[in-house]
Design a protein around this ligand. Structure first.
Ligand code: 13P
Length: 279
């Protein structure tokens, strides 16, 4: 069933479990997440990065995900990932997305608060949930596990409390050392900062940059308030590598077969993470 983010994350902090949020780009990748949900018999969030939405209209995405979600016994949320454009967010809400992320992490605190509050008012009026971000993640290729260069800024716990109180946001993405993309070395994830944030903020916390994060770190984060974990790069890299190997071994593989294989490979990564996050 298609539900909003607030519903799908209900009880997760108390239960110390997280729901995986998996980036998809097409019908095949949506089917990959659906197959993993079926196999694991657990909920998942289907997430479209605003920048990837070039091949389908928002309405088409909603129609497909709604049909797929309705065929499952578990809850599924349809989330718009990382969007700093209020017009696109409004269109996604109107089209039927059940969750949106307003990403004002590059803005000054006051501007981020004001814009997030506007998005919350717009979204909540239509029963759509809102995730926002405070602090910002580095890109994996720039990850330096000992300092916070390259655009990374850790989330300040006191700011997080004020931000949540003033905006009415449903979930908060925090920056504690994970990166978008694969890590260059061994990540240094600041669980101590997460603990301090979790003391100040009781809503579900979100970890971006799930790909390649060591399992024991992920479990520690879930123990300390993380309820939603985003995975993108690993889904893509794993699936592309498997398809490349298939084509190398069997160059005459029919496109229809590759289409099905794409869903299968995506589901392998997604299943692994659903089981890890939600145990
Ligand atoms: P990765 O690509 O590092 O898994 O990060 C995904 C993400 O945070 C999407 O918002």
């Amino acid at each position: 069933m298609l539900v909003n983010l607030k519903t799908i994350l209900e009880g997760t902090r108390e239960d110390k479990r997280a729901v995986g949020s998996f980036n998809v780009y097409s019908y095949e990748t949506i089917q990959g997440v659906a197959a993993a949900v079926k196999k694991a018999d657990k909920d998942a969030i289907i997430s479209f990065g605003a920048s990837y939405l070039v091949n389908m209209s928002l309405e088409t995405v909603v129609a497909i995900v709604k049909e797929v979600a309705d065929s499952l016994d578990k809850n599924v949320a349809l989330h718009l990932d990382h969007c700093n454009n209020l017009e696109i967010i409004k269109k996604a809400i109107d089209a039927g997305f059940t969750s949106v992320m307003y990403d004002g992490s590059a803005l000054e605190f006051e501007e981020n608060v004001a814009n997030t509050k506007t998005v919350c008012e717009m979204a909540h009026a239509k029963n759509v949930s809102v995730e926002a971000e405070l602090g910002s993640l580095a890109l994996g290729e720039h990850s330096n596990e000992t300092d916070i260069d390259h655009g990374q800024a850790y989330t300040d716990p006191a700011n997080a409390k004020e931000f949540v109180e003033r905006t009415g946001v449903d979930a908060l993405a925090v920056s504690i050392g994970t990166v978008h993309g694969m890590y260059k070395g061994t990540p240094n994830i600041r669980v101590d900062i997460l603990e301090a944030i979790a003391k100040e903020v009781s809503i579900p916390l979100v970890l971006h940059g799930g790909s390649g994060t060591p399992e024991e770190t992920i479990l520690k984060c879930i123990d300390n308030g993380i309820c939603k974990i985003n995975v993108n790069t690993e889904i893509s890299q794993y699936t592309v590598a498997k398809i490349a190997a298939k084509i190398a071994a069997e160059p005459n593989t029919h496109l229809s077969k590759l289409t099905l294989l794409q869903s299968e490979y995506v589901s392998e990564v997604v299943y692994k993470y659903i089981e890890l996050f939600n145990n």
